[in-house]
Design a protein. Structure first.
Length: 386
């Protein structure tokens, strides 16, 4: 797998470009054009890495355009003309909308229908109902009426809707009962991206370092467990807490000085995983408030912690309790159990090592990249243009 990854690094950027292309001449390959809102973790997990082995085996040709690239291509010209020229020049067998809405989503779709190009919409959140508590920035990016209406139109008229989880599959099917909706094993387990020669995790270290990795949209989830974090830091003077990502460190934790730290997000998904690994946490927490919006999510945080050598305590809700077996490959916590569960892991280094071992075994089997890769190939093959 790493050989494939290194080969493809030379063929296109794995950072955060506006566009990249991985293709060569051939007639039997499936030519895929992906329109993505941006080059976020969702794109990398859903398509970039799952398609790599298919590109390396010359089964797929791939072009990906971000919103920014589409805006640049059209400029001040007439969108219909420019986008039609794009579809003619790329001549894709499949067009995939990855969380896409604006700009020109409906125009893209109508042009695809005109050219007889099958379309797929991939969705990994309830993007039609963005809660206000996620913050004004996320509301502006994903929750404004124009974007939601465009996504609604695309979801209602593409040839196939591809969802990240069974729950989201059922939820979307109820909203669009006439549409074909499928789901897959998501996300893939990407431990192979991590270079593990920089340090070895020790179960005999004197201090205990735990943390939370997430985006700013999860601020309320972190605040839900902040009282337990405070209590741990008070009762265990050698403990430390750290956040990683765009999420803000809760103000109440500032009283603990340099025992609490905040590390900002890094670009490029493989760099992100390597950075998470090198934080050398003894425990990663994955709190989620118990409401419908969160039910649509995948257990991605659990897989990323596991790939990075970090055992997990997660909220005992649908997202995690279908994947984590309590006290075996992780710990499922009720809202009033966070302190006692973190304390248990502090005092049982043997338990956290065994949970990590079981988690790594499970993830490498159930969420193997080869499985997700073949599933994506099966989905796109089923509706490709003949």
């Amino acid at each position: 797998m790493r050989q494939i990854f290194n080969l493809l690094k030379t063929r296109f950027s794995i950072g955060y470009p506006d566009k990249f292309t991985a293709k060569d001449e051939g007639t039997n390959k499936i030519k895929i054009l992906i329109l993505t809102d941006n080059f976020s973790a969702t794109y990398y997990l859903a398509f970039h890495y799952p398609l790599q082995s298919l590109i390396a085996r010359s089964q797929v040709l791939l072009t990906v355009l971000s919103q920014k690239c589409v805006i640049s291509k059209v400029g001040s010209r007439k969108p219909t003309i420019i986008l039609n020229e794009l579809l003619v020049s790329e001549a894709p067998n499949i067009v995939i909308f990855n969380r896409y809405g604006l700009p020109y989503g409906s125009i893209f779709l109508e042009l695809c229908k005109k050219h007889g190009i099958p379309t797929i919409y991939f969705i990994d959140d309830d993007l039609l109902n963005i809660p206000t508590f996620l913050g004004s920035e996320i509301q502006k990016q994903h929750g404004n009426t124009k974007i939601i209406n465009e996504r609604q139109y695309l979801l209602a008229h593409v040839d196939l809707i591809y969802t990240s989880t069974r729950y989201l599959n059922n939820f979307i099917s109820q909203i669009f009962p006439k549409q074909q909706v499928v789901h897959s094993i998501y996300p893939p387990y990407l431990e192979f991206l991590i270079s593990k020669n920089k340090h070895q995790v020790s179960i005999t270290r004197n201090n205990f370092k735990f943390g939370y990795m997430g985006s700013k949209g999860h601020q309320k989830d972190l605040e839900m467990v902040t009282p337990a974090i405070i209590q741990i830091l008070q009762n265990y003077p050698d403990s430390e807490f750290e956040t990683f990502g765009t999420i803000s460190l809760p103000e109440k934790l500032s009283a603990f000085g340099n025992r609490v730290t905040s590390r900002k997000a890094v670009q490029n998904y493989d760099n992100f995983l390597n950075c998470l690994y090198n934080l050398n946490w003894d425990l990663g927490i994955a709190p989620l408030e118990n409401h419908n919006f969160n039910f649509c999510k995948s257990p991605v945080k659990y897989l990323e912690y596991t790939a990075s050598g970090i055992p997990t305590i997660a909220s005992n809700i649908l997202v995690y309790n279908q994947t984590i077996n309590n006290m075996q490959n992780g710990i499922l916590s009720e809202e009033n159990e966070w302190y006692e569960n973190i304390e248990l892991v502090i005092n049982r280094p043997d338990l956290r090592q065994e949970m990590l071992r079981q988690a790594q075994k499970q993830c490498s089997q159930e969420f193997a990249l080869s499985i997700t890769s073949e599933k994506v190939f099966s989905i796109v093959s089923s509706i490709r243009r003949k």
